[in-house]
Design a binder for this molecule. Structure first.
Ligand SMILES: Nc1ncnc2c1ncn2[C@@H]1O[C@H](COP(=O)(O)OP(=O)(O)OP(=O)(O)O)[C@@H](O)[C@H]1O
Ligand SMILES: [Zn+2]
Length: 500
């Protein structure tokens, strides 16, 4: 009888199939498995389950490693760095599986099955008609050597099935779901090797966990029903059975589990939008796991506070508002200089325009090398993503006249509040105050008789085209005298254009 591990010397793993870009559901599973290991100074293994060769092009393997690194996860053993129980790609382990198939065949615990897809479908249809749950009835269990030879002579490539005991119960413990018992008679003999010779998921996955010394299997709830079959295989091979913890799945806004196959938003998409890894980590760590602290935690604190016992059974829903909350907190942690680096590194869709802006900034920098930092300091409280910073950069630095600035309706409404004579006055006083914001607005208030919102809203609208945003005092020096003058003078004509 195989024995269960204790959590001493914990070794956990993430075992994705490189069949697409990682989505947030995958990423959370990876993060939890990583946190579980890091919480107790255990080991974390990355293994690639690449046996579905038709769906595993090289680009996905590379992307998978990059995306995990971006998220801030590291592994102690894996396909890129090797380790004591290498190889870590299943397609490089076929010889190992072969030995174990031979063991099961020799013990009579596995047998070849020649049934066609049509045979199996017909069998299931009969079972359903008599309200039995569909399972393989064992038709090929009792074929003799001669019958097998005949079938193979016809060119039929058999699958290999595991012979499930006819009676008895199997109790499967789970750290999240508790114990569940299964009647073995309900399982049906299941496939452990496909007809093309590649290992079935149940088999390779269980054997590898055992051989790699993995003693905590943290994975998605989609694998919960696979677990009894995997324990049977391990027991038959006299291999150790790990502890299991199945995480509730992460669902998208349509209520369906996120899945690579269905093109769920990938970690990569988030990275390109400008999400910070710390934001994504903090968001995911709290999806289905409780932390007492509500502030942004670094990895060590996240790991120290992690426990499999704090995983919830409720399915998680991807909530972009929550993710943005963590993005805000993560941005706050960056210095102005780091924020500028983040902007420069951003991967923006509208490359040509954005490049021109960055170029302009850089040109301006040659005259005022503090400009990037001034810009970042001015806008940082008003942005979550580089795209928003680019919008502010456009409003500050682009040579566009006010007429060409994209304007919010609320900004147009604010423009309309000011009388026509306000605009030349504002432009003139700006000149006289030499761009000093405090002096300018003070004299403008005195001479126009406008104050408070009535004064500042039209100014903000004319200078930025928006009704809200960073402090005008901080924006004005960035916009500069020339552009500010031009925008103040052209504001009324824009308004009459808009009214037409
Ligand atoms: N929606 C999800 N929520 C949480 N975990 C998930 C989700 N989907 C997959 N996982 C987990 O991610 C890990 C890697 O799984 P896998 O690479 O098979 O991803 P997948 O999204 O199911 O891909 P595919 O769509 O190709 O089946 C597994 O532990 C799996 O349970
Ligand atoms: Zn069969």
């Amino acid at each position: 009888m195989a024995q269960y591990y204790t959590t001493m010397d914990l070794k956990s793993r993430f075992a994705p199939s490189p069949t697409g870009y990682l989505h947030l559901g995958n990423a959370r599973t990876a993060l939890f498995a990583w946190l579980a290991a890091r919480a107790v100074a255990g080991r974390f293994v990355l293994r690639l389950e690449d046996t579905d060769q038709s769906r595993s092009p090289q680009i996905y393997e590379k992307a998978l490693l990059e995306d995990l690194c971006w998220l801030g996860l590291n592994w102690d053993e894996g396909p890129d760095i090797g380790g004591p129980v290498a190889p870590y790609r299943q397609m490089e382990r076929l010889d190992i599986y072969h030995q174990y198939y031979e063991t099961l065949l020799a013990a009579g615990q596995a047998y070849p099955c020649y049934c066609s897809a049509e045979d199996l479908a017909a069998e299931r249809a009969v079972q359903r008609a008599s309200s039995k749950s569909p399972r393989y009835g064992g038709r090929c269990r009792h074929l003799n050597a001669e019958q097998r030879r005949d079938l193979e002579a016809k060119g039929i490539q058999p699958v290999l099935r595991y012979r499930v005991p006819d009676s008895g119960m199997l109790t499967v413990p789970d750290r999240v779901w508790g114990e569940r018992s299964y009647a073995l008679a309900d399982l049906g003999d299941f496939v452990i090797r496909r007809s093309d010779g590649s290992p079935a998921f149940f088999f390779a996955n269980a054997v590898d966990d055992a051989l790699m010394g993995v003693n905590l299997v943290l994975r998605g709830e989609d694998h919960l029903s696979n677990t009894p079959r995997q324990i049977l295989i391990l027991q038959a091979l006299n291999l150790p059975v790990p502890e299991y913890a199945h995480l509730p799945l992460l669902l998208g806004s349509d209520g369906q589990p996120l899945s690579k196959r269905h093109g769920a938003a990938s970690l990569r998409d988030l990275q390109f939008q400008g999400y910070l890894p710390a934001a994504v980590r903090n968001y995911l760590a709290r999806l289905g796991h409780h932390y007492a602290e509500s502030d942004l935690l670094d990895d060590q604190v996240l790991a120290a506070g992690f426990s499999v016992d704090k995983i919830s059974r409720a399915p998680g829903h991807f909530d972009v508002v929550q993710l943005q909350h963590w993005q805000r907190l993560a941005l706050q942690e960056l210095s102005d200089a780091q924020l500028w680096e983040w902007l420069l590194a951003a991967n923006l869709p509208n490359v040509s325009i954005e490049n021109r802006l960055v170029e302009k900034m850089l040109k301006a920098v040659s005259e005022d090398e503090d400009l990037p930092i001034k810009f970042v300091a001015a806008v940082r409280a008003n942005i979550l993503f580089p795209e928003e910073a680019v919008d502010w950069a456009r409003r500050c630095f682009a040579d566009e006249a006010f007429a060409e600035l994209e304007k919010e309706d609320a900004a147009l409404a604010a423009l309309a509040e000011a009388p026509a004579e306000f605009w030349p006055l504002a432009a003139m006083l700006l000149q006289q105050s030499a761009g000093d914001y405090r002096i300018w607005t003070k004299t403008l208030q005195q001479e126009s008789g406008l104050k408070g919102k009535s004064l500042f809203m039209p100014l903000r609208a004319a200078l930025t085209g928006r009704s809200h945003g960073p402090e005008l005092a901080a924006l004005l020096p960035l916009i500069g005298m020339e552009r500010a003058q031009q925008r103040l003078r052209t504001a009324p004509s824009v308004l009459s254009e808009a009214r037409k």
